[in-house]
Unconditional design. Structure first.
Length: 435
């Protein structure tokens, strides 16, 4: 029977560990957490972690210290498996700890009432009654985590202030759960048991409601960021359209005047008025220098945005060169191109403004279905750990680059920024292939 009891304890611990990993996936955006290798790694590490927890439980099945060690073990396990967003992993582990402990204590209290057994017996003694309570509590836990995971499958970014608030509440609830159950063991009475059951139910409902509220607030925050980005993108497109219209108007005007200028040149040549002809050519050269050279990339939207940014850069004294060829069939949408080129070129222009040598080069090419985008700008000195901004709208800083990376996640693309000699190279690679 002892082997049976400890087998049940181990399976329950393994289920708890795996469910904690599943809950953490709600907060992790990376697609790699869903691949087969990741799932295998999660199962193997969960098995090992469960062995460690079981070894600790052999000393004493229930205690506050064991509970704290279990939470730490779960958090470390998430860090090993996912290796990212550690503050978010701490949040998910604490939320899970509240739910798990509250369900265990509710079932133990109700089991004690129904079977007329002391709570200390169900928590600290190996028995068939304890095995029954463990089975029921883990079944309820599985159902609850499944519902939470399905309901909150859309992953959102959670601001740090919300993480701090819910972590603080979760820590208090876990501490109160263990405090009340220990008091129930010492002062075992019907009133205390009923109060415990009500409190544990309350703690489960409270943490789930807080969890849902935080996700809703985070989603609202994310939507506001997206609205800001859409406004910026719309403003960028409007400017690009105006600049394109101005370019074509200038071109049409030049064509209209061309025949008259040819007649004037012919007249001066016939009359031998070389000085007048020289003055005319000098004036025309100055005018041509002010006209916009319209860049053609194979995509009208990219044409508009790059020509707009070129005009802006040259007004700031920046040498702007372009070698861009967008493939006829491209997986990247026009609005995503606007965001990518608009933000990367804006960042390059901002970096160049403080440099003695002002130079930007845009390169786009496709190599074996791999679309490569490079934005190179001159920059002397060391790149700061956290890029600052000189823009007046500092609240928008970082949103653009964050949105670029979000777009790349959609296309399974990569983003890289490196410093080489006196220039900064931002490189994006996207597989231009329909999935």
């Amino acid at each position: 029977m002892i082997v049976l009891y400890w087998s049940v304890e181990y399976l329950a611990t393994l289920v708890e560990t795996i469910l904690c990993c599943i809950l953490a996936k709600i907060f992790i955006k990376s697609e790699s957490v869903n691949d087969k290798n990741s799932k295998t790694r999660m199962f193997v590490y969960s098995c090992l972690a469960s062995v460690i927890v079981m070894t600790v439980n052999k000393m004493e099945l229930f205690s506050f210290i064991n509970g704290i060690l279990g939470i730490i073990m779960l958090f470390l396990l998430q860090c090993i498996i996912y290796r990212q967003r550690y503050n978010i992993l701490l949040l998910s582990t604490l939320i899970y700890a509240v739910i798990d402990s509250a369900i265990d204590f509710v079932i133990a209290q109700m089991g004690g009432i129904l079977m007329s057994l002391k709570i200390s017996y169900l928590l600290n003694e190996q028995s068939l009654e304890r095995c029954g309570c463990v089975f029921i509590s883990k079944l309820i836990l599985c159902i609850l985590i499944y519902l939470i995971y399905k309901y909150n499958y859309e992953k959102v970014d959670i601001p740090k202030k919300y993480i701090a608030v819910i972590c603080f509440i979760a820590i208090i609830l876990v501490a109160l759960d263990y405090y009340i159950i220990e008091k129930s063991i010492v002062y075992d009475s019907q009133d205390i048991r009923l109060f415990s059951v009500v409190f544990f139910f309350f703690s489960i409902v409270m943490i789930i409601l807080m969890f849902d509220l935080i996700l809703k607030l985070a989603e609202n925050y994310q939507q506001k960021q997206e609205l800001v980005l859409l406004e910026l993108q719309n403003e960028m497109i409007v400017k690009a359209e105006k600049n394109t219209e101005q370019t074509f108007n200038l071109w049409r005007s030049s064509i209209h005047d061309y025949k008259h200028k040819v007649l004037v040149i012919k007249h001066w040549l016939d009359e031998g008025k070389i000085e007048e002809l020289k003055d005319f050519i000098e004036n025309e050269s100055e005018t041509l220098a002010q006209k916009i050279y319209y860049i053609k990339t194979g995509n009208e939207v990219v044409d508009a945005i790059i020509n707009t940014k070129q005009n802006l850069a040259e007004k700031k004294g920046i040498n702007f060169s372009v070698n861009v060829k967008i493939p006829p069939e491209c997986i990247v949408s026009d609005i995503d191109f606007v965001c990518i080129f608009g933000n990367l070129i804006d960042n390059a222009i901002e970096a160049c403004e403080t440099q003695s040598e002002k130079r930007i080069e845009i390169i786009v090419k496709e190599i074996k279905k791999l679309l490569i985008i490079k934005v190179i700008n001159s920059y002397k000195g060391k790149l700061p750990d956290k890029l600052s901004t000189t823009k007046k709208e500092k609240r928008f800083h970082g949103i653009g680059l964050k949105n670029v990376k979000s777009i790349l996640e959609k296309y399974d693309g990569t983003y890289q920024m490196i410093k080489e000699d006196d220039e900064v190279i931002t490189k994006i690679m996207i597989l231009n292939k329909k999935r």
